[in-house]
Ligand binder design. Structure first.
Ligand code: ADP
Ligand code: MG
Length: 316
């Protein structure tokens, strides 16, 4: 087949110049939640949208999902313009919203069957039981939703989003209120889907989570994207390391050999030398320590984590 449907887009999602201004309501003042967001999500990636509360993550997701009307800009999903062909574009998405919303009087199995019907999935193509099993809900498929734990409800939300086998899965804060074990199994499932070719977009304000899960991360703050890079590259942005040395005999101050460098004595008495990883080698630092007559009791290096990158990129 060589029709247009069989040609896979390079970008699963592309947003350009996306803005959103919420009008004032009785509950909330007017707010510009997105200020011209450009984002490109490569097909096949696990893409993290990372930002503090109120950054605009859910607004972005909800515009993609068609739940919030954008003020201006363009969205294309799976290569389809969401303004021109909204139904087609959104059929490519499975969205798990931040808020759990489910009819408590249906069972998980009924919930998925209803959803499949809503998407027009023919009975022969439904994978209801397979999806329930994959998400560890097989044993609970005939229980009422209101009897499920919070973590189970969230997994049922994921199941609901997958009934029509969309090529893109979007998860808005998927681990909020989910315990560690369920989080693990959720990630396992997301990774499995990704290995099968599903593009995954997730939002989180947990930096470690994004660092661990995502191969590309966009940082959003106050409605604007401040960085969008492959995860290792983002981490390299803060291209420094810290050598931490516990001297055998206490030091009053950093040795003179480190003058002009970022070397301090920490409260616990350790000497911490922060250096550019591409300009200085550990060996050079060790030479300086020997030259200063510092006897090394213990030694470790510290690398920046996403928390540092995040602070550096969102401060001010
Ligand atoms: P995030 O998901 O990153 O926490 P949101 O997209 O939910 O951020 O919100 C972005 C900003 O828009 C926040 O300041 C929030 O208070 C505001 N906001 C969200 N929804 C509405 C709304 N319906 N009306 C007015 N302001 C809103
Ligand atoms: Mg949100």
């Amino acid at each position: 087949m060589t029709d247009s449907v069989s040609v896979l887009p390079d970008l699963a999602i592309e947003a350009t110049g996306l803005t959103k201004t919420y009008a004032a309501s009785k509950k909330m003042p007017a707010k510009q939640a997105l200020k011209g967001v450009d984002l490109a999500v490569p097909r096949g990636s696990i893409f993290g949208l990372l930002g503090p509360n109120g950054a605009g993550k859910s607004t972005f997701i909800n515009i993609l999902a068609g739940l919030v009307n954008k003020t201006s800009g363009n969205v294309s999903i799976w290569g389809i313009d969401a303004d021109k062909k909204p139904r087609e574009a959104r059929a490519a998405l499975g969205v798990v919203p931040q808020e759990i919303n489910m009819d408590p009087f249906f069972t998980p199995r009924e919930t998925l069957e209803l959803m499949a019907g809503f998407y027009g999935v023919p009975a022969a193509e439904r994978r209801t039981d397979e999806i329930l099993d994959a998400l560890g809900l097989g044993e609970k498929k005939h229980a009422y939703v209101r009897q499920l734990s919070g973590g189970m409800k969230r997994r049922l939300m994921v199941a609901k989003a997958m009934v029509h086998a969309p090529p893109i899965l979007i998860l808005d804060e998927p681990t909020a209120g989910v315990d560690v074990e369920l989080r693990r199994s959720l990630w396992e499932y997301v990774r499995k889907l990704n290995a099968q070719g599903v593009t995954v977009v997730l939002t989180t304000h947990y930096l470690e989570e994004a660092q661990e899960m995502c191969d590309q991360i966009a940082i959003i703050n106050h409605g604007a994207v401040t960085a969008c890079e492959p995860t290792p590259k983002l981490l390299r942005r803060l291209n420094y390391k810290t050598l931490v040395v516990r001297p055998e005999t206490p030091l009053d101050a950093a040795p003179a050999a480190f003058a002009g460098m970022d070397a301090i004595i920490r409260k616990d008495g350790q000497l911490a030398i922060t250096y550019k990883a591409d300009a200085t080698t550990i060996e050079q630092l060790l030479a300086k320590l020997r030259e200063s007559g510092v006897k090394i009791g213990d030694l470790a290096t510290e690398e920046p984590d996403l928390e540092d990158v995040f602070l550096a990129l969102t401060s001010g």
